[in-house]
Design a protein around this ligand. Structure first.
Ligand SMILES: Cc1cc2nc3c(=O)[nH]c(=O)nc-3n(C[C@H](O)[C@H](O)[C@H](O)COP(=O)(O)O)c2cc1C
Length: 256
């Protein structure tokens, strides 16, 4: 299974066995992470893999996904570093899925003190993983996601490869399955928006940037699968427009 195939079948797993993962496999995960390209520029990142059975991570039992292993992700604070981290975390989650592991993002990052920073870097996300009790994959049709018709406004008839990119984007996991993205689709570009939030509810949107980074990972993995050269850029002419319900995030532009 490659990362593109994993997009269709990965599911969040919340129930694990205590099976030990070999040091070789843990090293392969670390190596894979180090090879991942950033979404934006030169942002310094790192991970620590915690054996949750030997060193309890400190999360409250009620709120946390209980798993034998956790990857704690760290980043320097830079513009859009959380989006960048979502991009890296989802590629790691898909890699783990392709290797037979179950994974689940952990929204509560209130871990023990010595895990909250790594050198100058700050904890930016946590991924639980391990060998699962039940299957770590599912059929694509079992993913609870909004249909593309609800997510997209089509300005031009999409070609087959565009439909594949949108399907991959649609399948992205998000905190509380919020699926905040909306797409305005042209022949060779997708303008990507998020719903505007009520200012009194901003606390609910803590993971918004990470969610978008996850979805961009799906777009870029699908683009690679179809040999498409895609740029993710912020277009100034759209940034300056005011939309009543949506806020512009980025555009995915196919290079010819
Ligand atoms: C940033 C982020 C944080 C999440 N936090 C939690 C969490 O704390 N506990 C949990 O059970 N699931 C958590 N999830 C998993 C989502 O609930 C899950 O991805 C979504 O419901 C879709 O389900 P699926 O991944 O099985 O398709 C999180 C997902 C993301 C992307």
């Amino acid at each position: 299974m490659n990362l593109y195939e994993a997009i269709s079948v990965r599911r969040s797993v919340r129930s694990y066995t205590a099976e030990v993962v070999s040091e070789e496999k843990l090293d392969a995960i670390r190596r894979r992470f180090r090879e991942l390209p950033n979404l934006f520029g030169d942002i310094e990142t790192d991970i620590t893999i915690v054996n949750g059975q030997l060193y309890p991570i400190g999360l409250s039992r009620l709120q946390a996904v209980k798993a034998p292993y956790y990857i704690v992700f760290y980043s320097e604070k830079a513009p859009r570093y959380q989006m960048n981290m979502g991009f890296l975390m989802e590629q790691t989650a898909l890699f783990l899925c392709s290797e037979g592991f179950g994974t689940c993002f952990v929204g509560n990052t209130n871990v023990r003190k010595n895990l909250r920073t790594k050198g100058e870097l700050e904890l930016t996300g946590i991924l639980a993983f391990g060998i699962t009790k039940e299957s770590h994959i599912r059929k694509r049709t079992e993913a609870k996601r909004l249909p593309l018709e609800e997510l997209c406004v089509y300005k031009e008839v999409p070609r087959q490869w565009m439909k594949q990119l949108l399907q991959a984007a649609r399948l992205a996991p998000s905190s509380m399955n919020s699926q905040p993205w909306r797409f305005v689709v042209y022949d060779d570009r997708i303008h990507i928006f998020t719903k505007k939030h009520r200012t009194d509810q901003l606390g609910r949107y803590h993971w918004e940037e990470v969610n978008f980074g996850i979805m961009f990972a799906h777009i870029m993995i699908a683009a690679e699968e179809y040999w498409l050269d895609v740029d993710l850029i912020r277009l100034e002419n759209i940034s300056h427009k005011n939309f009543p319900n949506n806020q512009y995030v980025l555009s995915a532009i196919m290079k010819s």
